[in-house]
Design a binder for this molecule. Structure first.
Ligand code: MN
Length: 138
């Protein structure tokens, strides 16, 4: 049984629906609930929930930034050339313009974060199983 199964039902905010729109940029199943739909607001605010082992591809937020507010479970955040950072509820991650990175669940836990995103994402290669599996060895 995976850790933090309760996260899949949503923590504070609804987990939303299967994240079909971005599925091609993820390994594994994620869920997305858009929290702000206001044409006068130029940042995206979404609750993203990851099943165990699910992570997004390497990507860059161009002409903007991203703030992750961790709400549930256990996850990872990694910038290119840096060690991966393990994430827990209450953690805050700021990704600056142009930084290549990925985020997602640990292999045995559900994970959720609120993502506040400005600018335009550039989606790159997947985080391979080889790279991902090494994370748990530390
Ligand atoms: Mn990101």
């Amino acid at each position: 049984m995976a850790k933090n199964e309760d996260v899949k039902k949503g923590v504070i905010f609804s987990a939303g629906e299967k994240n079909e729109a971005y599925a091609k940029y993820f390994v594994g199943q994620s869920f997305l609930k858009n929290l702000v739909s206001d044409p006068a607001v130029n940042v995206g605010v979404g609750n993203v929930t990851f099943e165990p082992g699910c992570r997004n591809n390497w990507h860059i937020h161009h002409d903007g930034y991203q703030i992750l507010l961790v709400t549930g479970g256990e996850g990872w955040y990694q910038e290119e050339g840096q060690k991966a950072r393990k994430l827990h509820p209450g953690d805050v991650v700021v990704t600056h313009d142009g930084i290549k990175h990925w985020h997602g669940a640990t292999k045995d836990s559900w994970f959720s974060h609120i993502a506040i995103t400005a600018g335009k994402p550039e989606w790159l290669e997947a985080v391979t199983d080889e790279e991902y599996s090494k994370l748990e060895d530390r």
